[in-house]
Structures are given as structure tokens and as C-alpha cells.
Design a protein around this ligand. Structure first.
Ligand SMILES: Nc1nc2c(c(=O)[nH]1)N[C@H]1C(S)=C(S)[C@@H](COP(=O)(O)OP(=O)(O)OC[C@H]3O[C@@H](n4cnc5c(=O)[nH]c(N)nc54)[C@H](O)[C@@H]3O)O[C@H]1N2
Ligand SMILES: Nc1nc2c(c(=O)[nH]1)N[C@H]1C(S)=C(S)[C@@H](COP(=O)(O)OP(=O)(O)OC[C@H]3O[C@@H](n4cnc5c(=O)[nH]c(N)nc54)[C@H](O)[C@@H]3O)O[C@H]1N2
Ligand code: SF4
Ligand SMILES: [Mo]
Length: 746
């Protein structure tokens, strides 16, 4: 009962706080000191602590924490936020279960067993750092800086990533958010409009939302979801191309049940129809695009009939979609997507999305693509030293050209993995893993294990004993995002049509650090000292880093705290097109590099006989694998049922709730089983499951063996030729029931 009472009081406090925040009054236009608008004392001795920034996923919503006796008892959205506002998602709310997870890493540990089958011995920080420093330095001394490979992800990995890249000097850095996620999107748009697109579509103010393989609602990023819902509430039409009846498809006016891998053909067909029928924005094309003639000629084979056949959808429906877009242009939001490493033909699809936005004139207009930006804040990091470019694995020295010319920053993961395993063209001997769970993230787990086996030394910095940590020699416990300071988070108000505002915030701890966990600056600097880079260290503490960045906009941690963790200032009109803006419908640089300069469809291999294509996506209450040990989230979604088409299920004798395992077309079997979800909401040629399940590390006492790891069945890489990023939807599976392998009917 006490809990309920307190809970009500919290809600009262929150709503009172929210009600007492007339934002425009609290917000100072200048950077002068402003008083806190939140009730920071709370009731019954509870305190509202400001400055939290979520990292249950990478959207980084702004939080406040309700703290009692130094213990966090609830997380809420920061009422002052003009981004997520008071809203947070299930994962955000469950962050406190990560904070207090009994399985969390608490002390530095040394593996006195084998890599992959560790025996952990608690050691002191001094011992741990001495060993990391000495082993990494010895790799550099013996083989060169490039013999260290680094796999970073997340806010806390930024500073160490820059250390290894800029001060130590290795090219062999591979961020999962680029090579397994959105890198292709960014470089394809840069090749088309000179800008990475983010997800900056003005959804609240659009007339038509067009999602190609985007499933908002299961993919949850709070302010983005708010924009999406606002758009629908304002009457926007929604078109969703997805082989599966996703949460977005369920809200759609038109659901395009497209054959996986054929999306580029689909987009080309739409564009050719618009061009041939004069339904594109001629004036805009004339003013702002380059290469229209080559473009129109290059896509002219894509008649409605051909598109319909290739994509396995009705021609009439393609026309209906194209007409809906044309009738509402330019106020149409063609979503650039986020996870785009699909089938190995993805750069061209992302170019097609950018071109479609262009011929509809939907850049910098209400409801189109509008790149609203937060204020400029100067970052602080390691200075970039001159390094030898001879060791860039993404460079063919004989041909004197890049292997993957449109690769995102860093080195394509598989080039590093191959080099590490074979020792060619040079040895890679040490591996630094910082916030990336390589085994659940990169296709082909066996190759990743082989990489680890080939190392002299592996160190890993994490918060939980996830699968990758079992491969470390030294495992270092980092403070979680609720216990540490971190980089700046900035942006604009979530609905661009409202009063133009910008904000600056920085992550601040909501509770004091526990056990022996340390932050990234401490860990990285201590290693840097031991590697001989003490003189290059840019900041001594994370507070110093944050304060230095804030100083560039006349702010400080102290001031930000006084402003409830968020500084709000007037923004600019985002609907203004820059003078030199240009859309390259045809890009001769791409052609010169040996790839099609006009967006082009490259067919993907069809299903082998008897197999279904394995599709996957986000679980709404989990973030990849990183939340699998979270008790609340685990209880909400303990496993990942596999979606099987109802007609297929009837033919092969599967019913809802059956227990099944998997075998893929390369003979790899799933280690665990899951249940069947029989549904008409998936095409007959695919099955679908949520990504991130099937942890194998027994130290994850909640998450271990929950559901099936889709990643374990993704053994083939579909390497995107322009970027070197890894497509993962080119793997095929059969289901196994009661030991019997079931063929999927054609
Ligand atoms: N099969 C398949 N593979 C995929 C995807 C997919 O859908 N299917 N999605 C792709 C996408 S979109 C992405 S972005 C990537 C993400 O792939 P990853 O970068 O590997 O995923 P994360 O969950 O961010 O990170 C994992 C590790 O960071 C640890 N961690 C969490 N918080 C902290 C922290 O504060 N500090 C430190 N040091 N570590 C922390 C977690 O415990 C975990 O071990 O995966 C990609 N790979
Ligand atoms: N809850 C939650 N939300 C998240 C995350 C999370 O882990 N959990 N992660 C965040 C991150 S880092 C990312 S990158 C985004 C990713 O979010 P999205 O970019 O939306 O990507 P996926 O979740 O992989 O979405 C996959 C959808 O594409 C469909 N699909 C599969 N193959 C094809 C195809 O060939 N063509 C088409 N048209 N559709 C296809 C699937 O059926 C599924 O509905 O989500 C973000 N939001
Ligand atoms: S979307 Fe959810 S998990 Fe992601 S940052 Fe926001 S509250 Fe946290
Ligand atoms: Mo991602």
C-alpha cells in the first residue's frame, strides 16, 4: 500500500511540476541564470533530480529521477523537455532495473580461464589498467598502431574511439551504428544532397507519410513517435511498404506487401510513373536537381507492369501510391529509414528514396524533409595526429583506389575481421570492445569468435556480462548512464511548426556511482598514460569535458542544473532552403567509381527451395540484446515468437504456440527454441522474429536462453558494394518441430 500511496504522490509531483512550468516564462532567451521550475524537493522526502539523459536506446530522451535516500525509485521525462517532454518509453522507464541489476559488472575482472569459456578473477583497477596499457602498448610496439582493432558504440565509447583513432592511430575502428545500421543511409544521401538525412522528416505537418521498411511503433524513439502520431492525428495518409503487417502497416491507408529485397525496383517504378505522366515537380526539378535527363532515361524500363512483377504486388497499387504522393506533393514525408543494412543492394535504394523526395519537391518544405538543427556547441576530444595511411584496409594500393568508395567513417567490419583472422595483409593482435556486443550485432558469429581467438589480447568495457564479454581477457565495469556525466544532447522542439526553439542539455548523474565502476574518461586516460600518451590527454575528467563544451555557449554544468538540466533558446526557421542546395539525381562520381550513377535495382538471390527468408526487426520493449537482462522488460516480452504465414503453417502442420527451432541454408541450427505465431500478416516466402534474443552468457541470469538469437542464424553477409556495410536479410531458414525439419512450400 505504501508503494501505491507514494506512487500517487509522485504522479502529483510530476503533474504539479509540469503544470507549474509555463515554458516560455522559465526559459531565458539569453544565457543568464534562470531558476529551477521543477519541484526539486518532492514529497515525503523524495527528491527530483534533473539532468538525466536516457541511454536505454540511442535517442537520448531527457529525464528526471525521483530519488529517495540516494536510491532511484522512478524515472520520468523531464517536463521542461521540448523534445520527448514528459514521455518516456517502456525501456526508458525500466532503466532503473539496469541500474540495480544484480548481474551488472561491479569490479574489474581478469579471465583466468579461456576466451569464450571464462573464469573470472576480481582484480584491482591498477592491475587491470596496467595490464591493458602494457598489452596494448606491446601490440603497437611490435606490430604498429593498426594492429589494434576497436569496436565502439554509444555515448561512452566516443572518447576512447577518438583516442584509438586519433592519438594511437589505428584505422581499424568499426562502429556498429555505421556498418550494421545506418551508414549506408548517410553516405547515399550525402552522395545525393550532400547531407546525412537523420530521420528528419516533418511528420506532424505532412500530408502523406511514406515508410519503406520502417516500422514506427515497434521501432520506438519517443519524439519521433510523437511526430508520427501527431501527423496521423492531423490527418496525414500513411503508406507502408513491408512484407509484414507491422505496427505501422496496421495504421496504414495503403499496405504494400512487398517482396523482400525489391524495394529499389518499387521506388524506380513509382518515379518512372511520375516522370512519364508529368506528375513530378517540374519547377523544383529545374531549379534544384542535376542530371534529370540521365535519371529519366536510366529508370525508364520500370513500367508499372515490370515493377509489379518484380516486387510481387499489384500494378494498380503502385499507381495508387504514386498518385497519392503526387497529389499531396511537396508536403510528403519520404522517411529515409534508420536500419538500412538489408540485402546488399541498399546504397541504391537509399539513393532512390533521396531522389523520390527530390522529384516531389519535398526538401525544406512543411511536411517534407526538414533538417532542423540544434545550436552549435564546440566539442572537446583528442587532437588528430598524422598517421600512416598505408594500413587502411579499405584501400586497394595496387589500383590506388578505395575498395568501398562510399563507406561511412571507420573501416568496414568484415575487412577488419578477415585481416584479423588471416593475418593478411598484416597482423591485428589486440581488440578493444567498448559498448558493442559483436556476437549479437555482426553477421556470422563463428567468424567473430575466430577474430577473438586470433588475438593476443582482448579488453572489453561494458555494464553487463553480455555475450561478447565472455571473450575478454580483461573486463572493465563502466558506470551506467544513470550514474555518470556524458556528452551534450541538443536539438530543436519536436514539432517544427511550433515556436522555433533550440535546446542544449548534457547527461548528469541521477544517483552516485556504486561499487568500483568508473567512467569512460578515467578508463581511457589511465590506459593512455600507460601507452605513453599522457601529454596528449585533452581533459582530466568527464565533468571537465562537459563544462568545456558548455563554455562554448556560455553555459556550465552548474547553470544547466539551475535550469532543470535543459537550456532553451530561440531557434531558426527550419523551412528555409540553403542557396546552394542541389539534388544529384544522376551522380557521375558514383559512375566514375564503377557503380550506377542513376539509382538502379540489383536483384537479390531468391529463396533456396524449401527455405523461408529470415526477416527481423525491433522488439518494442527491448533494445537489441542490451535490455534482455532487464527484469521488467523480460517479463513484458520474455521471448520472440516466429511469425509464420497462416497458409504455410496449415500446409506444414504448425499451429499457434508450437515450439520450434531453426536450421539455416548453411546448416547452422539455433541453440534454443521459440514459439510459433501463426498469422496472415506475413508473406509466404518469409518468417519474422524480433532481434536481440537468445543470449548465451549464463551470467545474464534473466536474459540467458530467452528466445532465439536471429543473429546466430545470420551466417551469410550481403556486403553492399558501394559502402562495405553488412546486409543481413539474405539468410534462409527451415523450422524444426519435434526434431523434424519442415520444408517451407514454394
Ligand atoms: N541480426 C541483427 N543484427 C543487428 C541488428 C538487427 O536488427 N539484427 N541491428 C543493427 C543495429 S540497427 C544496430 S544500431 C547495432 C547495435 O549493436 P550493438 O552496438 O552491439 O548494440 P548495443 O545494444 O548498443 O550494445 C551492446 C553492448 O553495449 C553494452 N552497454 C550498454 N550500455 C553501456 C554503457 O553505458 N557503456 C558500455 N561500455 N557498454 C554499454 C551492452 O551491455 C552490450 O554488451 O546492431 C546491428 N545488428
Ligand atoms: N524498441 C526499439 N526501438 C528501436 C530500437 C530498438 O532496439 N528497440 N533500435 C533503434 C535503432 S538503433 C534503429 S537502427 C531503428 C531501426 O528501426 P527500423 O529502421 O524501423 O528497422 P527494423 O526494426 O529493422 O525494421 C524492420 C521492418 O522492415 C521490414 N522488412 C524486412 N525486410 C524488408 C524488405 O526487404 N523491404 C521492406 N520494405 N521491409 C522489410 C520488417 O518486416 C520490419 O517491419 O530502431 C530504433 N528504435
Ligand atoms: S526512446 Fe525510450 S529507450 Fe530510447 S532514449 Fe527515449 S525513453 Fe530511452
Ligand atoms: Mo541502429
Amino acid at each position: 500500500m505504501a508503494f501505491n500511496l507514494t506512487r500517487r504522490k509522485f504522479l502529483q509531483t510530476a503533474s504539479l511540476a509540469a503544470a507549474s512550468v509555463p515554458l516560455s516564462k522559465v526559459v531565458s532567451a539569453s544565457t543568464g541564470v534562470t531558476k529551477s521550475a521543477l519541484d526539486t524537493t518532492g514529497t515525503a522526502g523524495d527528491k527530483t533530480v534533473v539532468g538525466g539523459i536516457c541511454e536505454m536506446c540511442f535517442w537520448r530522451c531527457q529525464l528526471v529521477g525521483k530519488v529517495r535516500d540516494g536510491r532511484l525509485i522512478k524515472l520520468e521525462g523531464n517536463p521542461k523537455s521540448i523534445d520527448n517532454g514528459t514521455a518516456i518509453c517502456a525501456r526508458g522507464g525500466a532503466g532503473m532495473k539496469l541500474l540495480y541489476d544484480v548481474d551488472r559488472l561491479k569490479y574489474p575482472m581478469k579471465n583466468v580461464g579461456k576466451r569464450g569459456a571464462p573464469k573470472w578473477k576480481r582484480i584491482s583497477w591498477k592491475e587491470a589498467l596496467d595490464e591493458c596499457g602494457a598489452r596494448l602498448k606491446s601490440t603497437v610496439d611490435q606490430y604498429g598502431a593498426h594492429a589494434i582493432c576497436v569496436f565502439p558504440h554509444g555515448a561512452s565509447a566516443k572518447y576512447p574511439m577518438h583516442y584509438f583513432e586519433r592519438a594511437v592511430g589505428t584505422h581499424n575502428v568499426s562502429e556498429s551504428s555505421f556498418f550494421q545500421c545506418r551508414g549506408i543511409r548517410d553516405t547515399a544521401y550525402i552522395a545525393t544532397i550532400d547531407k546525412a538525412p537523420g530521420e528528419k522528416v516533418d511528420m506532424p505537418n505532412t500530408k502523406v507519410l511514406f515508410f519503406v521498411g520502417v516500422h514506427l511503433g515497434e521501432n520506438v524513439h519517443i519524439s519521433h513517435i510523437k511526430q508520427y502520431i501527431q501527423g496521423l492525428q492531423n490527418g496525414a495518409k500513411l503508406i507502408v511498404a513491408d512484407p509484414r503487417f507491422s505496427a505501422s502497416a496496421a495504421k496504414a491507408d495503403i499496405w504494400v506487401q512487398i517482396k523482400p529485397g525489391t524495394d529499389t525496383a518499387y521506388l524506380l517504378t513509382i518515379m518512372n510513373y511520375l516522370v512519364k505522366n508529368n506528375k513530378y515537380d517540374k519547377a523544383f526539378v529545374e531549379d534544384y536537381t542535376d542530371g534529370f535527363e540521365e535519371f529519366a532515361e536510366g529508370i525508364e524500363e520500370w513500367t508499372l507492369e515490370k515493377g509489379a512483377k518484380v516486387c510481387d504486388i499489384p500494378a494498380e497499387q503502385i499507381k495508387e501510391v504514386a498518385d497519392m504522393l503526387a497529389a499531396n506533393a511537396p508536403n510528403v514525408a519520404i522517411h529515409p529509414g534508420r536500419f538500412v543494412s538489408w540485402h546488399g543492394n541498399d546504397f541504391q535504394r537509399q539513393r532512390a528514396l533521396a531522389c523520390l523526395t527530390g522529384i516531389l519537391g519535398a526538401y525544406y518544405v512543411k511536411g517534407g524533409w526538414v533538417p532542423a538543427k540544434g545550436p552549435k556547441v564546440k566539442g572537446v576530444s583528442w587532437a588528430r595526429e598524422d598517421h600512416d595511411s598505408d594500413y587502411d584496409l579499405n584501400y586497394d594500393h595496387q589500383k590506388d583506389e578505395k575498395i568501398y568508395p562510399f563507406s561511412p567513417p571507420g573501416t568496414p567490419t568484415d575487412l577488419i575481421r578477415d585481416c584479423a583472422i588471416t593475418g593478411k595483409p598484416y597482423p591485428i593482435k589486440s581488440c578493444v570492445v567498448w559498448g558493442q556486443n559483436l556476437l549479437q550485432t555482426i553477421p556470422n558469429q563463428q567468424k567473430t569468435k575466430d577474430l577473438f581467438k586470433a588475438m593476443d589480447f582482448v579488453m572489453c568495457v561494458d555494464v553487463l556480462p553480455t555475450d561478447v564479454t565472455a571473450w575478454a581477457d580483461i573486463l572493465l565495469p563502466e558506470l551506467s548512464y544513470l550514474e555518470r556525466y556524458d556528452y551534450i544532447k541538443k536539438g530543436t522542439q519536436w514539432d517544427l511548426s511550433k515556436e522555433h526553439q533550440q535546446y542544449i542539455s548534457a547527461r548528469m548523474p541521477l544517483v552516485a556511482p556504486m561499487f568500483e565502476r568508473k567512467d569512460q574518461i578515467y578508463i581511457c586516460n589511465e590506459i593512455a598514460k600507460r601507452m605513453g600518451h599522457e601529454d596528449k590527454i585533452p581533459v582530466k575528467t568527464i565533468e571537465e569535458l562537459v563544462d568545456k563544451s558548455l563554455a562554448s555557449v556560455n553555459l556550465s554544468i552548474k547553470q544547466l542544473k539551475a535550469e532543470d538540466g535543459i537550456h532553451i533558446m530561440p531557434g531558426k526557421d527550419p523551412y528555409v532552403m540553403p542557396e546552394d542546395f542541389e539534388i544529384r539525381l544522376y551522380n557521375d562520381d558514383i559512375e566514375d567509381a564503377g557503380y550506377p550513377g542513376v539509382p538502379t535495382y540489383v536483384a537479390v538471390p531468391d529463396n533456396p527451395k524449401g527455405f523461408a527468408r529470415l526477416l527481423f526487426g525491433r522488439a518494442p520493449v527491448h533494445t537489441f540484446n542490451r535490455s534482455q537482462n532487464n527484469v521488467w522488460l523480460h517479463n513484458a516480452m520474455p521471448d520472440n515468437p516466429v511469425w509464420v504465414n497462416d497458409e504455410v503453417a496449415a500446409k506444414i502442420g504448425l499451429t499457434d504456440g508450437d515450439t520450434v527451432g531453426f536450421v539455416n541454408s548453411e546448416g547452422v541450427k539455433s541453440a534454443t527454441t521459440t514459439t510459433v505465431k501463426v498469422t496472415a500478416g506475413i508473406r509466404k516466402d518469409c518468417v519474422y522474429m524480433y532481434h536481440g534474443y537468445g543470449s548465451v552468457n549464463p551470467l545474464m541470469t534473466t536474459g540467458v536462453d530467452a528466445g532465439v538469437s536471429a543473429q546466430s542464424l545470420i551466417t551469410k553477409l550481403a556486403v553492399d558494394p558501394e559502402t562495405g556495410c553488412h546486409g543481413m536479410r539474405n539468410n534462409f531458414v527451415k523450422l524444426i518441430k519435434n526434431g523434424k525439419v519442415l520444408d517451407i512450400p514454394a
